[in-house]
Structures are given as structure tokens and as C-alpha cells.
Ligand binder design. Structure first.
Ligand code: FAS
Ligand code: PHB
Length: 390
């Protein structure tokens, strides 16, 4: 098979790129390791930056997001019971975010790809990039017992943190930066009315908690847990009880509980691989970087990668201009690192660090009191949360 852009990974990064390329007359093929149901069964991000929402509309996939997504003009931060409202719209001169689950984003992208004749090969095993330093790279993959080949001009690794693409870059060509946090997030999805119309990020001496939502009848909650915890060790009742203890009393009192329809623990890490290009292999999304979900930057960082990469590919094919592709890694990383900083800052501000020394604890408390007392500090938080300009 021959195409212009061979994409490894049928998650939001790969799908969004493929859709943007298609509406600009550029062919691509996606090789996805898992089945479609498996990909759509993953519960992940929930908050879209206004830039990501713009990309979805440019990809002709924004209708359901604009119809069913909820525009959020702010969110709450609670500090051991005291509530602070972060008015995103007022602090950023009108920018907001859309609360719309990554599952729905992925579903919309799959639907558009199908509607426009997109080539997505599921259950593609042993995907391997070849010839990435040549002008004729190609992919091979196994379907059943057959080994198949996709010839292309460029390969995009959109295969997430555990994918094959980053590992295809020789160790000496890659610089890796990582910070692992001493805790994880236990997340629960419940078919209950959300406790608050806006997200609540709760700092508490017992640990961090987050109240989010997917719709007016579907709530998403998280609590910080030790890395040694397992999902089986947390009954629904234990989860609800701990969440209540970490929320302001007036919020806890109106929390509607119910059976979990999904419960999982995600470890927290910050990670960046540089550069994001090696020959004719481009890395995008979680294949190149990971953030703790505290700042809701994971999916949104993938969005800015795709923006830069899509524009570079369009300039190449439309104007024979490769400057965008040449600048891709540098431009993408400049914004990736700003998302890394913000995610690290939000995580450091809101979580309980079991072994933090007393001085670090005072700094954390002071950071929070500065936020509660400085409009400029809040404005800096707000401009990062709604998404820095691409
Ligand atoms: P993805 O990992 O989503 O997609 C990669 C795709 O490549 C997958 O479908 C995978 O099956 C496929 N693949 C992997 N290896 C392959 C191979 N060798 N061959 C072919 N295909 C292969 N972000 C937030 O903003 N907020 C959150 O709350 C949040 N929660 C998260 C919870 C978890 C458990 C995880 C893992 C991530 C979370 N994230 C969150 C981040 C997440 O949303 C990512 O940023 C987002 O999925 C990135 O999308 P992709 O880059 O497409 O990577
Ligand atoms: C979510 O709804 O899953 C969510 C929202 C905001 C975050 C992290 C996760 O910062």
C-alpha cells in the first residue's frame, strides 16, 4: 500500500492529524494496535483548550463537541475547605474551556474518518517503522500471519508513551527528561449528577481530590492515592467517604454518590523526549511527552503538536516548502515545555507530598496564599489553563 503520511496510533493525536490532512487533500493511513472498541473504552481527558476545540472544528469534527460539550468559564480551587473561584473568562479577556471527554473526541474523529473514507487498520500487530533516515520510509505490520507494508513519504509516531515509534530512535539521538511523582490518581466514573457545575481542584492534608464531569448525568472524580494502592483495595463506599473528607463541608454535604461504572489508578509522571523528529519520523502527543493530569494538559499538548505538524505537512505538499517540518520539533517543544511547567506547578501546588521537608511545605502553603491574594498570579494560572496561543 502507498500513502503520503503513515501514522502509527489511532488515538486522538493520530486521528486528528489524519482528519486535518484529509480535509486538505493529503492522504494518510493509520495503523492501530488495538480494536476500535478497546480504544473507545479508555476513559481519559476531560477538558479541551480553546485551541484544541478550534482544531476539531477545522477538522470538520466539531459539531457534536459544540452541541454537547459544556463551555466552562471558570473552576474552583479549595484549600483545606476554603474555596477560590478562578474566573477564566474574566482573567483571560474572554477565553474559556470546553468540558468534553476524550472518549467523545476520539469517537467523533473515528466517525469523520469513516465518513470520509479514511484508512484505519485496527489490530495491526508488530508495527515497525523502516528507512526513517531515507526519502522512502515505510511501515510493516502483521495482520494474522501476514506481514504487510505501507510505503509513505513521512511516518508519524502517534502511538502513545508505550508505543514503538520513540523506541525506534537510536538512544544516542534522544534526550529524555523525566520526573516521577510519589503518588497516583484513583479515578471513578459514576452515572450521578455532578456535585458542582464547575470543576473543583481540592488541596487537602489528606491528599488531592478533583471533581469533574462528562455531562449533567455523568460525573468524574479523582483522589490522590499512594502508588502502592490498587483499585481492588478501594470499594465505592471507601472512595466516596475519602472524597467527602477532602472537599469543603458544604460541597461534601451535597455529593450524590452511586455505583462506579469505571474505576482506575493512573500513575503520575512528567516526561519529554527531544527532539520530536528523527529523519522522516515525527513524534506527536504522548509518544513524545507525558504530563500529570492535574493541569489537564495531556490531550491539549497533543493538540498543539498536531497543529504544528499538520501545518508543516500542508506547506510541504501544497507549496513544496519544508520550513514548517524543519521547525516542527523546536516549535512543538517550546509549547510542550510550557505545558510541562504548568502541569508540574499545578501538581506541586495541590498534592500532598509524603516526604516533603517542612520548608517545602511552607513554600507550598505560601504559593497557595499568593494565588488567593494576587490577581496577577490567578491570571497566569488562567492563561495557561485555557491554553497558550499556538
Ligand atoms: P494515546 O495513548 O491516547 O493513543 C496512542 C494510540 O496508539 C493508542 O490507541 C494505542 O493503542 C496505539 N499504539 C500504541 N502502541 C502501538 C503500536 N506499537 N502500534 C500501533 N498502535 C499503537 N490527559 C488529560 O488532559 N486529562 C486527563 O485526565 C488524562 N487522564 C489520563 C489517564 C490515563 C490512564 C492516561 C494513560 C492518560 C491520561 N491523559 C489525560 C493523557 C491522555 O489524554 C493523552 O494525553 C492522550 O491520550 C494523548 O493522545 P495520543 O497522543 O493519541 O496517545
Ligand atoms: C477529567 O475530567 O478527567 C479531568 C479534568 C481536569 C483535569 C484532569 C482530568 O485536570
Amino acid at each position: 500500500m502507498k500513502t503520503q503520511v503513515g501514522i502509527i496510533g489511532g488515538g486522538p493525536s493520530g486521528l486528528l492529524l489524519s482528519q486535518l490532512l484529509h480535509v486538505n487533500g493529503i492522504d494518510s493511513v493509520i495503523l492501530e494496535r488495538q480494536s476500535r472498541d478497546y480504544v473507545l473504552g479508555r476513559i481519559r481527558a476531560g477538558v479541551l483548550e480553546h485551541g484544541f476545540a478550534r482544531l476539531m472544528r477545522e477538522a470538520q469534527c466539531g459539531e457534536r463537541m459544540d452541541r454537547e460539550g459544556q463551555i466552562h468559564e471558570g473552576f474552583e480551587i479549595s484549600d483545606n475547605g476554603a474555596l477560590l473561584h478562578v474566573n477564566l473568562k474574566e482573567l483571560t479577556g474572554g477565553n474559556t474551556v470546553i468540558v468534553y471527554g476524550q472518549t467523545e473526541v476520539t469517537r467523533d474523529l473515528y466517525e469523520a474518518r469513516d465518513r470520509m473514507g479514511g484508512v484505519i487498520i485496527h489490530d495491526a500487530s508488530d508495527v515497525k517503522p523502516h528507512g526513517i533516515l531515507t526519502e522512502t520510509p515505510y511501515l510493516t505490520y502483521r495482520k494474522g500471519s501476514e506481514i504487510l507494508r505501507v510505503d509513505c513519504d513521512f511516518i508519524v509516531g502517534a502511538d502513545g508513551f508505550h508505543g514503538v515509534s520513540r523506541k525506534s530512535v537510536p538512544g544516542e539521538a534522544l534526550r529524555e527528561f523525566e520526573r516521577v511523582y510519589p503518588f497516583g490518581w484513583l479515578g471513578m466514573l459514576s452515572r450521578t449528577e455532578p456535585v458542582s457545575p464547575e470543576l473543583i481542584y481540592a488541596k487537602h492534608e489528606r491528599g488531592f481530590a478533583l471533581c469533574s464531569l462528562r455531562s449533567q448525568v455523568l460525573s468524574r472524580y479523582y483522589i490522590q492515592v499512594p502508588l502502592s494502592d490498587t483499585v481492588d483495595g478501594w470499594s465505592d463506599e471507601a472512595f466516596w467517604g475519602e472524597l467527602k473528607r477532602r472537599l469543603p463541608a458544604e460541597i461534601a454535604a451535597k455529593l450524590i454518590t452511586g455505583p462506579s461504572i469505571e474505576k482506575s489508578i493512573a500513575p503520575l509522571r512528567s516526561y519529554v523526549a527531544e527532539p520530536m523528529r528523527y529523519g522522516n519520523l515525527f513524534l506527536a502527543g504522548d509518544a513524545a511527552h507525558i504530563v500529570p493530569p492535574t493541569g489537564a494538559r495531556g490531550l491539549n499538548s497533543a493538540g498543539s503538536d498536531i497543529y504544528y505538524l499538520f501545518n508543516g505537512l500542508r506547506d510541504y505538499y501544497r507549496n513544496d516548502d519544508d520550513r514548517g517540518l524543519e521547525a516542527y520539533s523546536e516549535r512543538a517543544l517550546a509549547r510542550v515545555w510550557k505545558a510541562q511547567r504548568f502541569s508540574w506547578w499545578m501538581t506541586s501546588l495541590l498534592h500532598t507530598f509524603p516526604d516533603s521537608e517542612p520548608y517545602a511545605k511552607r513554600l507550598q502553603d505560601t504559593e497557595m496564599s499568593h494565588l488567593f491574594s494576587s490577581r496577577n498570579a490567578l491570571a497566569s494560572l488562567a492563561e495557561n489553563y485555557v491554553g497558550l496561543e499556538y
